[in-house]
Write a protein that binds this ligand. Structure first.
Ligand code: CUA
Length: 181
């Protein structure tokens, strides 16, 4: 299952659960009960919910933050570094070719306004993206599994001809690129 599908499934289950809670509350809303009878139970539920949320607050980031590309980019000494600069309305990149199956780190900045650096594979599926901001370098670590021509598109409206901010990057099989050197 892809990460997107997992996220969609978790969201779906969460929303379905929320709807169930809402319907349960709605079904009992017509009944009347003395406050001292319901208060202890409600407080008990609230207390349990608090601890569940507290544990989730630490557990979820502990497992998910490790797989963010930003942390990975910091400790990959053998990675290929590509400097990317966004301009109104084009991209400049320090190299147009990167190896497949090796870590690649894009260091993305902007000359003028905010842009969005988005990498699309040959089936036009977005595989990675990061903000391109003036005065700041964002690092995006990507490992390309498949050689081919990947499209770069701007993902944030940045002015009159934002839509022409398209470029390409070639991903070549790691062995082929080594032979060329
Ligand atoms: Cu650059 Cu939109």
């Amino acid at each position: 299952m892809t990460i997107q599908l997992t996220a969609a499934l978790i969201s779906f289950v969460g929303v379905a659960g929320l709807i169930c809670v809402f319907l349960f509350v709605l079904s009992g809303s017509g009944q009347e009960a003395p406050y001292p009878d319901v208060q202890p139970r409600a407080y008990r539920i609230r207390k349990r919910l608090f601890y569940v949320l507290l544990i989730g607050f630490f557990l979820v980031p502990a497992f998910t933050l490790r797989s963010t590309p930003y942390a990975a980019s910091a400790d990959a000494p053998d990675s290929t570094i590509v400097d990317v600069t966004a301009h109104q309305w084009y991209w400049t990149m320090s190299q147009a070719e990167v190896p497949a199956d090796r870590p690649v780190v894009f260091r993305v900045g902007s000359e003028d306004v905010n842009h969005g650096f988005g990498i699309y594979n040959e089936t036009n599926r977005l595989i990675a993206q990061v903000q391109a901001m003036p005065g700041y370098i964002n690092q995006l670590a990507v490992q390309f599994d498949t050689p081919g021509t990947y499209k770069i598109m701007c993902l944030e409206y940045c002015g009159f001809v934002h839509h022409v901010m398209v470029s390409e990057i070639r991903v070549v099989a790691a062995t082929a690129s080594l032979e060329e050197i």
